[in-house]
Design a protein around this ligand. Structure first.
Ligand code: FMN
Length: 189
């Protein structure tokens, strides 16, 4: 038997992405964004409101980064989703995070987050139903602590935070369940 539950748009897993850009004075503006996802193999789409200080900063600088928040960085990750640079001038300083300009287009790479996508702004879509920015990924860097023996990012080491829209909680990744493009092969025969 199925029951109707609270209307929500997101499925599982929703990520906890930290979007950041430098303003004209090299101050970092950043925010938490769970409504974001891969868009093709080398682009990211972020559904972020136009009024956010971070959004306004990205639209001016055209260079931004998207980081994956981890269990270990949950407190500052949530803080940057509560506080706004529109009214808190020292938001980044208060977060306790540190940033360096990335090697691709100088977007801020926040050192505490395990994986970072350095992006250039490709497009802003602003229609009746969406406000979205699309970034081209110029490069991806990861803390070497989260790399496996094969040199690739290991999700068991990243400890990514998962956002749950039903309860508005953060969850942990539960581990590998199977191999993609493979788990269903038996039904092909
Ligand atoms: C878990 C979480 C997820 C969020 N996801 C989004 C999102 O996808 N899009 C958005 O516009 N705002 C999102 N927000 C809200 C912004 O992060 C928040 O309004 C923030 O204060 C904006 O900061 P800024 O004005 O300094 O840029 C989220 C907040 C939290 C806590």
């Amino acid at each position: 038997m199925r029951k109707e539950v609270k209307l929500q748009s997101g499925g599982y897993p929703m990520p906890v992405l930290i979007v950041a850009a430098y303003d004209e004075n090299k101050k970092v503006e950043l925010m938490n964004a769970a409504w974001g996802m891969a868009c093709g193999s080398d682009k990211i789409a972020l559904f972020i409101s136009s009024g956010h200080k971070t959004t306004q900063t990205i639209l001016k600088s055209k260079a931004f980064s998207v980081s994956i928040a981890s269990e270990e960085t949950m407190v500052p990750a949530d803080f940057v989703g509560i506080a706004t640079g529109n009214t808190m001038a020292d938001k980044f300083a208060r977060s306790g995070l540190t940033a360096v300009p990335g090697g691709k287009n100088g977007a801020p790479v926040i050192e505490e987050f395990p994986v970072c996508y350095e992006c250039e702004l490709l497009e802003e879509a602003n229609t009746e139903n969406i406000h979205c920015i699309v970034g081209k990924i110029l490069g991806v860097t990861a803390d070497e602590k989260v790399l496996g023996d094969d040199g690739q990012v290991d999700p068991d080491k990243v400890h990514p935070l998962i956002f749950d829209q039903f309860k508005l909680d953060y969850y942990k990744l539960g581990g590998k369940a199977g191999t993609a493009w493979n788990a269903g092969k038996a039904l092909m025969e």
